[in-house]
Write a protein that binds this ligand. Structure first.
Ligand code: NAI
Length: 387
């Protein structure tokens, strides 16, 4: 069938299989050009491996270090005329590429929060890999069902007081003020339950207990801090509370498994257009302005470049370079003074009339459509494709 994008605000309900496959190919080629990592993982478990930062980590470790990767994702297969989700197509494409290159790649599609998936992962590691030396926790989920059947839902709200600021209307690229409400205690607790570190620790406990983690293994989860401008909605919002819990969990993992030399890290990444970030109010305008500023200053990176730097420059698998709080800072370029000063200047004056000059609206949407396999160079969108 011929697949066209169907966009509703921050989500596209269709995905293009050939476009997703081409995206994966392009990323692999970029990594192959960079050359091999000198200190990469050998066998990696990647939880949240199908899109965004998780997929980029998978491509960097597999094609930059020939690492065997076991991925976990929560994606929907195609049904009749309904296309699969992009993560499903990305993963099929990635597995085909890995197979052709003689690199082990397997993926389990199911709920990472469940005991069942953890068990299946453990069995697969035992059968195929023995042990893993890297666990990447790259989940971005709206909900979590715990084993006792309670469903927790995360919210994207502030915690102190409501916050009003300029926002990009994704329907028509105009600028207007948007107010983000303040969460109550229950909503904060729910968000921490979903996006905090409790499930990460459950994973680590289960893997250690089953003996499938190599001694001196590393584990990393991804976080965001951002500039003061977005503090009320991110760093000091409900998601920020969850990320603080995630950071504490990294320290707890290192302490708990010190005898095995297992270390937990947080990598603070750059804000980028992904399915997760597009849903956060106010953030898309910040991202669009930041894209333009960073591109003009020659500092722009995508998920792949960030993850490449995590291993190559920040040395995740050796002695990682961290700040004084023990965090790996891949947001170092985003937070450079010259970048932030220019973003703040533009944020102050941006309106519906000048937004196209001050923000990279085109780049924002290009990233957005490409996430779903559209607007990818060299793909024939008029051709019939098998979904
Ligand atoms: P994404 O939406 O592209 O990826 C989420 C991944 O989690 C997908 O592979 C999806 O299949 C998987 N997933 C979701 N729910 C699942 C479940 N119940 N069971 C199994 N798999 C599940 O998101 P993105 O942006 O790559 O986020 C990954 C992490 O990076 C998150 O912790 C996010 O907060 C963090 N991060 C994102 C930034 C951004 O700007 N996008 C910036 C800094 C950190």
């Amino acid at each position: 069938m011929i697949v066209k994008p169907k966009v509703r605000e921050f989500i596209c309900t269709t995905a293009h299989p050939a476009g997703c496959a081409k995206n994966v190919r392009i990323q692999i080629e970029k990594i192959e050009k960079e050359g091999m990592l000198t200190d990469g993982p050998k066998k990696a478990l990647i939880i949240g491996a199908s899109t965004g930062y998780g997929l980029a980590t998978r491509i960097v470790t597999a094609f930059g270090a020939k690492a065997a990767t076991l991925g976990v994702m929560f994606e929907r297969e195609a049904q009749g005329k309904r296309t699969a989700t992009p993560g499903w197509y990305n993963t099929k494409a990635f597995e085909n590429e890995a197979k052709a290159a003689g690199i082990y790649a397997k993926t389990l599609n199911g709920d990472a929060f469940s005991k069942q998936i953890k068990q299946e992962v453990i069995e697969t590691i035992k059968e195929d890999l023995g042990q893993v030396d890297l666990v990447v926790y790259s989940l971005a989920a709206p909900k979590r069902m715990t084993e006792d059947g309670v469903l927790y839902s995360s919210v994207l709200k502030t915690t102190g007081a409501p916050f009003t600021n300029k926002s990009l209307n994704l329907k028509d690229n105009t600028i207007s003020e948007k107010t983000v409400d303040c969460a109550n205690e229950d909503e904060i607790l729910n968000t921490v339950k979903v996006m905090g570190g409790e499930d990460w620790m459950d994973w680590m406990d289960a893997l250690v207990e089953a003996g499938v983690l190599a001694s001196n293994a590393k584990t990393v989860a991804y976080s965001y801090i951002g500039p003061e401008l977005t503090y009320p909605i991110y760093n000091q919002g409900t998601i920020g509370q969850a990320k603080k819990h995630l950071a504490k969990t990294a320290r707890d993992i290192t302490e708990k498994y010190a005898d095995k030399g297992i270390k937990g890290y947080i990598s603070v990444n750059k804000a980028l257009v992904t399915q997760a970030s597009a849903a956060i109010p106010i953030v898309p305008l910040y991202i669009a302005i930041m894209y333009d500023v960073m591109k003009k200053q020659g500092l722009h990176e995508g998920c792949l470049e960030q993850m490449d730097r995590l291993f190559r420059e920040k040395n995740l698998m050796g002695e990682p370079k961290t700040d004084e709080s023990g965090l790996i800072r891949l947001d170092d370029w985003e937070l450079k003074e010259e970048v932030q000063t220019e973003i703040m200047r533009r944020y102050g004056i941006v309106d519906s009339d000048n937004v196209k000059e001050l923000a990279d609206i085109e780049g924002y949407w290009e990233d957005f459509y490409q996430m779903f396999g559209f607007l990818v160079d060299g793909v024939d969108y008029e051709a019939d494709v098998e979904v």
